[in-house]
Structure formats: structure tokens, C-alpha cells
Write a protein that binds this ligand. Structure first.
Ligand code: G6P
Length: 482
């Protein structure tokens, strides 16, 4: 297959705003008649950036998944520019260095990171390919915004090719503390790679502070609060921009009669229990799925909850299934769910309703509306958008959010029932407290959280970042020329 697009090939295309991300904002779908087409990926990033990209005739550079060569194409006024990976690069750059080195290292070493020199070489090679593509597509003096941990070398590589550009970088996952980051054999290269940007965004002030401290200590640049002064006169800013969701879109969806009806159906299908607990995650070891299900199992064992009055619905979206740690996790969760259901479940009353699958937005909204207690317990998470989606969907201002202290979202959703997922007894008592909270307490908390999420949506996030990037004085950018 050379092209699966409905638009025209546009190999010589030029754009004033370029997004560079590991993945394109579309997924390939095969129609019943076998034809290939594209569907917009779920996720806030696309929703937030699509209007600005469309208005500026912008471009999005990314991997389409798989190994096919696909020509650039246009969709809804946005140019999509596929970057091709081969099988070895998928193994070494994507599954290897991105998801078995950087991912665990940046998430507090929840799983041991693996360091392999061939993976690093592949990471460098693929980052260069993305940078070269961006250098071809961006017009003179335009803006390029690079996304996430898979592409941390792109800012510097791109600046070398195109010093006229304004370059932004945003890290969607946590930036780790110095003590962990320095394990990385290529720590200096990653820091230098990021410093190619004019503005570097993090989810939390702590992540930005970790980065600035490392640059001062390890690269030796002078820093002052969020500013880093480079020897060539350039100033790089590292600041926090907490990401969010299309809050109004979720709220509107949650209010539709179809979703409301479906939420009722779900509760009935679960046997109309008093308490519906819900978890929705990518099946990832950082998410604390095992801990929360174990806590729920112990509450059943202790008799604090019974299967007649409580059920746990856990949706686990398949993810990175060829990476060893993810396979192991899947087996562990399968076993735990089987054990808990085997011991405590009854005919018509399972303890845990476990769904290893992904669902459309409508079904997610219905699940959010059906759930009394949303359980979000990552050991470490950049933000966690599920927590914000739940809040946006609780249009009746009820329901309880149990939220890990170690999710970026905990900085904003202070009225959640905050919990340390490593503390099993703490987790158990918070699950009980949240499920037994009075309606008044729930409303007080939910109202405050809803205000926060509705006012700080993903559009606000993108506008703030791009606004600050466009305010970078041009002389500073130009100072690095020649
Ligand atoms: C996280 C990362 C994203 C990534 C997503 C899905 O949210 O921050 O960069 O795209 O997970 O993971 P995948 O490996 O399927 O792209």
C-alpha cells in the first residue's frame, strides 16, 4: 500500500505551524469492504490542536503505526505527514528505547529500565528522521512544536538544520528527579537535545524544576528560576503547562439522552448494586491497577463490601503488547481478577467486571456517568486525563474521585480523595470513605473540581503554550544563527 488517504499527496507541502509527535492523530481502519480509511484518534491533543492547525494550514508529522510507506495527505484542512519506521526500528526505537528505557525511567523506575546501546542508536536515527522531515515542511520563521519523550533529540537536531524556527517541546510524562535521570548513559545528549527548544513544557512545576536543576548541575549552564542562559546568548524557558481535556465536549456528550440511557443500562446489567467502582486505563504497570483491585478484593474479604452491594468495573485498554513488562502485567491482572471473582463472585454478581478492550467515547462517557467511585491510582503519571474526564462527565455534580497523589492531576484536583497507592491499608480506607461519603460532601468536592476542569481545558493549555512560544523575542532565536 502506498497511500490510504482520501486527500491528495502533498510531498512538497509547507506549513507555518508544524506539530511533530511520535504518532499521527489518526488511526487506520479497515472498512467492511476491505478499503482502508483514517479515523481521528481519540484524545485531547488532536481536539485542541486541530482548530489552530486548520486555521494556519498546519501540518502534523508522525508515525502511522506499522511499516507501510504512506504519502503525505490532507484531512480536514490539516496536512498529515507520515514518517516511516521499519520492523527493527519499531523494536529498538519504539518498544525498546522509548518504552522499555525512557518510560520506566521517567516513571520513578516502577519497572527496571533497560539500557541497550543499539536501542539508543536507533533512537538517534529515528529522531533525526523526524527532525529532517520537520525541517522540510516548516516555512521560514515558522513554529514547530515537538511532543513527548519519544522525540527528545528533535529540538536540537532541528535547530541545527533550521535556526530560523521557533521550537517548542512538551513532555507529556513526568520528568524524573535528578537521582533517577542520571542513571541514563545518554543523559547529557538528552538534555542537550531538549535545549534546542525555545520553550520546554512540563506537566508540573516539579518536573520543570528537575530539568532546570539537571541542566545547571550536569551541563553547567547558568539558570534563574525557569530561564536557562546558553553560551550563544539564547535563553531557553522550562515551565509547567498542565494538560487537559476537551471538557465542554465531554460534558455535552455526557448530557445526551443516549449516554444517559446507556449509563442506566450498564448499572442494571451489573445487577443494580449500591456502589459501582470504576477504573479505566491503558494496561500499563504505572497505573496501579493491580493495587486497586487487590484493595477491593481485601474489602470483600474483610466484609466491608459485599458482591451484592458493590462491583468493580475495570476497563484495561490493550497497549504495547510486545513489550515484556506489559505481557507480564496482563497475566498478573488476569490471575488476580480470576482469583477474586472465583472466591467472592456469585452467579449474576461478579466482584470485578474486567474488560480488556477499548471503547468509543460515548461508551466511556456512559461508564463515567454510571460510576459512583472513580478509582485512579497510578504510582506515577504525568497528568492522568481519565480523572479529568470523569469530572467533566459528572453533570449532576455527584460521584467520588479517588486519585493518586502521584498523578499530575492531583495538583489541580485537590478536592479528590487523595491516596498513596503503595499504602494498601490507606487505599482500602479511602475506597470505603469515598463510597460512603454523604451527598453533600460529594457535591461540594465535585463542584470545585468541575470548575477547575471546565476553566482549564485543553484549548487553554494549547493557547497558553503557543502564546508563550510566540512571545519568544525573535532576536533571541536569531542570536543562534550562523
Ligand atoms: C502516553 C504517552 C503518549 C503515547 C500514549 C499511547 O500517553 O505520553 O506519547 O502516545 O501514551 O502510547 P503508545 O505507545 O500506544 O503511543
Amino acid at each position: 500500500m502506498t497511500t490510504a488517504s482520501s486527500g491528495q499527496p502533498a510531498d512538497d507541502l509547507q506549513a507555518d505551524l508544524v506539530i511533530v509527535a511520535n504518532r499521527l492523530p489518526v488511526d487506520r481502519v479497515t472498512e467492511p469492504d476491505g478499503a482502508q480509511s483514517w479515523r481521528t484518534s481519540p484524545g485531547g491533543l488532536v481536539t485542541a490542536l486541530e482548530p489552530v492547525l486548520r486555521a494556519s494550514g498546519g501540518a502534523w508529522i508522525g508515525w502511522a503505526g506499522g511499516t507501510d510507506h504512506i504519502e503525505p495527505f490532507e484531512r480536514d484542512g490539516v496536512h498529515l505527514v507520515p514518517v516511516q519506521l521499519d520492523d527493527q526500528e519499531i523494536e529498538e526505537f519504539y518498544e525498546g528505547f522509548s518504552n522499555a528505557t525512557l518510560w520506566p525511567l521517567y516513571h520513578d523506575v516502577v519497572a527496571p529500565p533497560q539500557f541497550h546501546r543499539e536501542w539508543w542508536d536507533s533512537y538517534v536515527r529515528v529522531n533525526r528522521r523526524f527532525a529532517e522531515r520537520a525541517a522540510q515542511v516548516a516555512t521560514e520563521g515558522s513554529t514547530v512544536w515537538v511532543q513527548d519523550y519519544q522525540l527528545q533529540l528533535v529540538p536540537q537536531m532541528l535547530r541545527e538544520l533550521r535556526p530560523d524556527l521557533r521550537i517548542g517541546f512538551y513532555l507529556h510524562i513526568p520528568f524524573p528527579p535528578t537521582e533517577l535521570f542520571v542513571q541514563l548513559p545518554w543523559r547529557r545528549q538528552i538534555l542537550e537535545g531538549l535545549l534546542g527548544a525555545d520553550l520546554i513544557g512540563f506537566q508540573t512545576p516539579g518536573g520543570a524544576a528537575n530539568f532546570v536543576r539537571l541542566v545547571r548541575q550536569r551541563v553547567g549552564h547558568r539558570t534563574k528560576s525557569s530561564s536557562i542562559y546558553l553560551p550563544d546568548g539564547r535563553v531557553v524557558r522550562a515551565r509547567s503547562f498542565p494538560i487537559s481535556i476537551d471538557a465542554a465536549g465531554f460534558e455535552e456528550l455526557a448530557r445526551t439522552p443516549g449516554v444517559e440511557e446507556r449509563a442506566k443500562e450498564i448499572r442494571e446489567a451489573l445487577g443494580s448494586p449500591e456502589h459501582v467502582f470504576l477504573g479505566i486505563d491503558r494496561l500499563d504497570y504505572t497505573k496501579g491497577i493491580y493495587a486497586r483491585l487487590r484493595a477491593f478484593g481485601e474489602l470483600l474479604r474483610d466484609g466491608d463490601l459485599t458482591v451484592e452491594d458493590a462491583v468493580f468495573v475495570q476497563v484495561a485498554t490493550p497497549s504495547r503488547e510486545r513489550v515484556e513488562e506489559y505481557r507480564r502485567l496482563r497475566d498478573e491482572i488476569d490471575m488476580l481478577v480470576g482469583r477474586i471473582n472465583g472466591v467472592y463472585g456469585e452467579i449474576g454478581n461478579p466482584a470485578i467486571s474486567y474488560l480488556h478492550s477499548s471503547y468509543p467515547r460515548e461508551e466511556m462517557a456512559a461508564l463515567y456517568r454510571a460510576a459512583d467511585v472513580m478509582v485512579v491510582t497510578p504510582y506515577r503519571d504525568g497528568m492522568n486525563l481519565v480523572a479529568k474526564e470523569y469530572v467533566a462527565c459528572r453533570v449532576e455534580e455527584d460521584g467520588a474521585l479517588v486519585l493518586s497523589e502521584f498523578a499530575g492531576a492531583a495538583h489541580e484536583l485537590r478536592q479528590a480523595w487523595l491516596v498513596n497507592p503503595h499504602d494498601m491499608n490507606g487505599l482500602k480506607s479511602v475506597l470505603l470513605a469515598a463510597s460512603r461519603a454523604t451527598a453533600r460532601d460529594q457535591t461540594r468536592r465535585m463542584r470545585a473540581m468541575r470548575r477547575q476542569v471546565m476553566e482549564h481545558d485543553v484549548k487553554h493549555w494549547a493557547d497558553t503554550f503557543l502564546g508563550q512560544l510566540s512571545a519568544v523575542p525573535v532576536e533571541e532565536t536569531a542570536a543562534s544563527r550562523g
